[in-house]
Design a binder for this molecule. Structure first.
Ligand code: BES
Ligand code: MN
Ligand code: MN
Length: 462
């Protein structure tokens, strides 16, 4: 039996199994779901066993467990390490969902006329992670696995992968591989495939401005004291100029743009502005002048306030000058920007913006460095060849806006490059209500992955 025949014969079962994973609310951020998250890891482990992998095991951490499995057919052959995550973002706001986030249903949409699975984690990342399990199962069960394969599936990607870094440091030998393969990013469209060659980094900061010991009467003190909410708002506003350029000194020092050829390919890639706007229902677009939307999200860094609070926020009114105001501010980083350096630059600059009597606190929440995949490698060429076989056209190298901070650590610690071969769409509602993953995308992924193995082994041995 060929791999393709095996996939065709088992399509329905693959989907049933994915549904089982999707029914488990493995929300990593809430302790309330710790048992579910653990159960999800156990299921992933079982599926890896049933796919034919060896040494499938759960590695406990101080957080959620890491699932590892491998199939070594010949030490002399190359080894592919598949990384993905089984944890998901919280489903709320629940009333925005048209169906239960943890009871997957198939519905047709304009972009998914063959149907898409709706549920939390469908595209990010259970559906995309699971397609690798099924592709490898198809290769193993038909005796067509051309090289060694290892799986490392974690349960804390959505909360910063804190326990994965010590794990990879400790298990360098076990994780020894020639390339890391990940499906946790986006595909341009059904007709125009893409390979993600850039992921942004992240520096996430907590800030607060305090100007008094306690809240005070706004009639007795208003006009004579600073209001920390106004002060904080002004400080935040000054972090960007009229063209949305970030004003922190040195912020752009390590920003290098990709080649003109790559930028041109990206600008010419299909982009439906209306579709892009419609998926979250955004009322208008705004960003740096002279840059395409793909460039604004892919090759430029950002600074955004993710939340801001202070003073009276209850029902009714309360006439006070608050004592304190706070915000969460995150920066997406690109190119060779280093998140620790950026966090330091931010801290120094932000403190300098406040009146000297104000107490300003700035703490780094978490972060990670950007990652750029080199394209002049056997790994990238094999991925491009697999995409071309499967889609009929050459893939576009895309710089994407999202972050997977551990990828830069893979390079630093394991010294291995990563191929980001995503099969979901940007418009699939990742982290949003009604997240979904196309059936077409799921099966296309399963069918494309074996091509990567085949081309990679052939090119490595040539
Ligand atoms: N899979 C996403 C990242 C992604 C999605 C990259 C689409 C490119 C295209 C990942 O699960 C994610 O959400 N990452 C977080 C990282 C954070 C929690 C440290 C992000 O980007 O906000
Ligand atoms: Mn993800
Ligand atoms: Mn995510």
């Amino acid at each position: 039996m060929t791999t393709t025949q095996y996939i065709d014969a088992n399509r329905d079962r693959f989907l049933d199994e994915l549904f089982t994973l999707l029914r488990i609310p493995s929300v990593s951020t809430t302790t309330e779901h710790d048992d579910d998250t653990h159960q999800c890891a156990v299921h992933v482990q079982e599926y890896l066993v049933r796919a034919g992998l060896d040494k499938a095991a759960l590695y406990p951490t101080d957080g959620h467990p890491i699932v590892y499995a491998e199939k070594i057919i010949d030490e002399k052959l190359p080894t592919i390490l598949v990384y993905g995550h089984y944890d998901v973002q919280p489903a709320d706001p629940l009333d925005e969902w048209n169906s239960d986030p943890f009871e997957p249903v198939i519905k047709k949409t304009d972009l998914h006329p063959d149907g898409a699975i709706f549920g939390r984690g469908t595209t990010d990342d259970k559906g995309q992670m699971f397609l690798h399990v099924k592709a490898v199962e198809a290769m193993i069960q038909t005796d067509n696995l051309p090289c060694n394969v290892k799986f490392m599936i974690e349960g804390e990607e959505e909360i910063g992968s804190a326990h994965l870094e010590p794990f990879i440091r400790k298990h360098k030998e076990m994780l020894k591989s020639d390339v890391i393969l990940v499906s946790d990013t986006s595909l341009l469209s059904k007709k125009v495939p893409s390979i993600t060659v850039g992921l942004r980094g992240l520096a996430y900061m907590d800030v607060s401005v305090q100007t008094a010991r306690a809240d005070m009467h706004s009639g007795l003190f208003g006009g004579a004291v600073a209001n920390p909410i106004n002060t904080l708002a002004k400080m935040i506003a000054s972090l960007k100029d009229d063209d949305n350029k970030i004003t922190i000194p040195g912020f752009y020092d390590d920003v290098h743009f990709p080649s003109d050829r790559d930028r041109k390919m990206m600008r010419n890639a299909p982009f439906d502005e209306q579709e892009y706007m419609d998926s979250p229902g955004v009322y208008g677009l705004e960003g740096r002048e002279g840059f395409h939307t793909y460039e604004r999200t892919g090759i430029l860094p950002t600074l955004d306030c993710n939340g801001i609070w202070g003073g009276f926020m209850g029902e009714g009114s309360k006439t006070i000058i608050p004592a304190k105001a706070s915000a969460k501010i995150s920066m997406r980083l690109v190119s060779t920007q280093d998140w620790h350096k950026i966090a330091d630059q931010f801290t120094e600059h932000f403190k300098s913006l406040a009146p000297e009597y104000a107490k300003v606190t700035v703490t780094a929440h978490h972060g990670g460095n950007p990652y750029v995949t080199p394209t002049d490698t056997v790994e990238y060429r094999a991925a491009a060849a697999a995409m071309k076989d499967s889609f009929g056209v050459e893939p576009v190298p895309m710089y994407e806006g999202g972050s997977i901070p551990i990828i830069a650590k893979f390079k630093e610690i394991l010294e291995v490059e990563t191929i980001l071969m995503g099969f979901g769409f940007d418009t699939d509602g990742l982290h949003s209500p009604n997240e979904h993953f196309g059936l077409w995308n799921f099966y296309k992924g399963i069918e494309t992955v074996p091509g990567f193995y085949k081309h990679y082994v052939a090119m490595k041995q040539a």
